[in-house]
Design a protein around this ligand. Structure first.
Ligand SMILES: NC(=O)NC1=NC(=O)NC1=O
Length: 243
């Protein structure tokens, strides 16, 4: 079996569970999902400050995954925090859920819309669209204007807001597909795809299948050039854990 490490970069145990269940729901029989979150950090990631904090926790988990012999890694937050730094550390593939969902959307539609959580996180998704080369594929980005952890409060309100916003986006944007912009939405994609009749794509499940594909192709992260293992140097204070 291949171990695939799925990292929830925030410290919410409930969201880690939601993400783990979605990942296990699509994992191949040859894959074993190890779902983790940082031992310290931020309970939800809703901006640049949170992302900077979360990135250190991602790196710590990547290092642990390597020590456990995992074959690949998923960064299960829609900002893909620490993605390139993680790729320097990792030998196997590292896939972020935003890039995975965006790639999949371009394979099934000519244009897609994004439905995410707080309005302030929309700019992060915009930056990723540019970084990944998908700006011209994304028709629009929408926010349900609820905090990330509203998805785990048990009221179902956030889930209802996501559904309403997806329906509105489908009508307004003339997009062929919708990308769910949060790891905590991972369990909504199948039902919304069936109800709306268009691909509603979750990045957690997309990333798991992409990691499996890269493993099957015998492809890990390139270690030539900028994604080579980091130059060895002393790391002081709390960063010693990354040595
Ligand atoms: N746009 C987002 O909601 N990003 C996220 N923040 C989290 O804590 N997890 C996410 O996926």
């Amino acid at each position: 079996k291949h171990l695939i490490q799925v990292i929830n970069p925030n410290t919410s145990v409930a969201m880690t569970q939601t993400i783990a269940e979605a990942a296990r729901g699509v994992a191949a029989p040859t894959s074993e999902i190890i779902a983790v979150c940082p031992t310290q950090g931020v309970e939800s990631i809703e901006g640049h400050f949170d992302e900077a904090i979360a990135a250190v926790g991602v790196l710590e988990q990547i290092k642990r995954g390597k020590e456990q012999g995992v074959s690949g890694h998923v960064i299960a937050c829609f900002g893909d925090p620490g993605l390139l730094a993680a790729r320097e550390l990792a030998g196997g593939p590292v896939i972020g859920i935003a890039e995975a969902a965006m790639h999949v959307a371009t394979l099934v539609a000519t244009r897609f819309s994004v439905v995410t959580t707080l309005p302030r996180t929309v700019i992060i998704a915009r930056h990723l669209l540019r970084q990944y080369g998908f700006e011209h594929h994304c028709a629009a980005l929408h926010a349900i204007d609820l905090p990330v952890l509203a998805l785990e409060d048990g009221t179902g309100l956030a889930q209802q807001k996501v559904r309403e916003r997806c329906i509105q986006a489908m009508k307004e944007d003339n997009s062929g597909a919708i990308v769910l912009g949060c790891g905590g939405m991972a369990n909504l994609a199948r039902e919304l795809t069936a109800e709306l009749g268009i691909p509603v794509i979750d990045g957690v499940t997309a990333a798991v299948k992409m990691v499996e594909s890269l493993i099957a192709l015998g492809l890990g992260t390139s270690k030539y050039g900028d994604l080579a293992y980091p130059n060895k140097k002393p790391l002081s204070g709390c960063f010693d854990m990354l040595s």
